[in-house]
Design a protein around this ligand. Sequence first.
Ligand SMILES: Cc1cc2nc3c(=O)[nH]c(=O)nc-3n(C[C@H](O)[C@H](O)[C@H](O)COP(=O)(O)O)c2cc1C
Length: 500
Amino acid sequence: MIPGMPGTTRDLLSDIETFLAEFGVSPTKFGLAAINDGHLVKNLRGGASVTLRTADKVRAYMAEQRSPSLAHDGLESAVPPRRLLLIIGGGIAAYKCLELIRRLRERQVMVRAVMTQAACQFITPLCVGALTGERVSNELFDLNQEHDIGHVRLAREAALIVVAPATADLLAKMAGGHADDLASAVLMATDKPVLVAPAMNPRMWLNPATQRNVALLHADGVHFVGPEVGEMAERGEAGLGRMAEVPQLLAAIEPLLREADGATDTPREWGAGAAPGLAMAGRRVLVTAGPTHEPIDPVRYIANRSSGKQGAAIAQHARALGAQVTLVLGPAHIPDPEGVEVVRVETAREMLAAAEAALPADVAIFAAAVADWRVASQAHDKIKKGGKALPRLELIENPDILKTIASARPGMRPPLVIGFAAETQNVLEYAKAKRRAKGADWIVANDVSPQTGIMGGDRNTVHLITAEGVESWPELDKDEVARRLMERAAERLAAITAAT
Ligand SMILES: Cc1cc2nc3c(=O)[nH]c(=O)nc-3n(C[C@H](O)[C@H](O)[C@H](O)COP(=O)(O)O)c2cc1C
């Protein structure tokens, strides 16, 4: 503790340190959640003092987190407000549930899990139980369990039931009203909202029986998230049937949980931990993502390998933090992130127009891989082969979207402009120069050499370049990069607001 620190500050810091250890929360997250100031703990540790009003706010926040209504042992009471029952079906996508549970727990959602017998072939109840912190149920006729927590009680004590992966078999059981195992019996016994995340081979999904069951479930008011188009776990298989990714699952769960809480006004702590109010609530965020296609003639175009995944993940996380998000998306084969306004465009010029139309914004993140050049004059008809000479393409420069928005007039320039720099050599050097040349506040730089697998892949290794210096992050999946970046952006916005 700092010598000479005022009493209020010293006591508060000591309370916070105990809380951090108890809940395993990072100081940044705590700051964001407690008073929307990511620097709170750092400042206190550095010897800054705190006003009584702030101290009261932070203490109220900690008290709320420690309140018995959120504790594990409140089972006898009425339905705890944020308790979710996760029914895990027998598909390869069951592994995604482990990450889903972690993300839900981070958001103060209590998760209880039921696993089908088939699900236990893919992931273990031990692992699921360790993550939920609760016993995992999988037997309908387990006497102890029936005495302890039976299927009716499991159904009653959840505010929301999520079925993920929802196998073809589970969908059929639900549609047919079967109740011959714990999962289907719980689903029959519930009057709570049910969200299913189907996952199966595309032929199973398109099978008329599955489609009939899906139509029946829709008519019964069951909510769906996905499936999505993508590669299957089976080698060489792709198509519609892939389970939604964790950010999409979270985005679908959030409004249903909120509705179940009866909270129709300000959303409860979703995103940056459990704060009263979300770290980006009321903020407008603009994100560009994907490649652009620059036509040569009606059938040919210039393009690049960008998948749009990183930008879409950023949009999703900004949304999860409460922001109103516009995603300007080039031609990418990815689904629209839930709750985000998506404007699909083809060319760089269209992307610029859509980005400008989305202003004003508090943060603009330019993750799109915009084609630097387009052909000077697009051929009206398909260019034919077999002419005397090979066709010559004259290229001209496309507009620089990042630079244009970063130099927009005061009032239109977003207070935080973040560009991406995809390089294959001298990554840091080029990225630092790009930050200065474009007038961006931050640059997220990554090495997209083919051997990195970043272009089109699911992981990313980035360096965050700001006016203060360079921060190199470890290799992370794109979702985690997005989460960290948006949490940093929320902190930065809070600091900008506090300074103005
Ligand atoms: C390796 C493997 C992967 C499977 N993946 C899926 C899947 O993704 N979706 C699906 O509907 N069924 C899948 N199945 C079939 C289900 O596991 C099977 O229909 C099982 O009875 C489902 O049980 P449950 O619905 O009770 O979980 C898979 C089976 C195997 C052996």
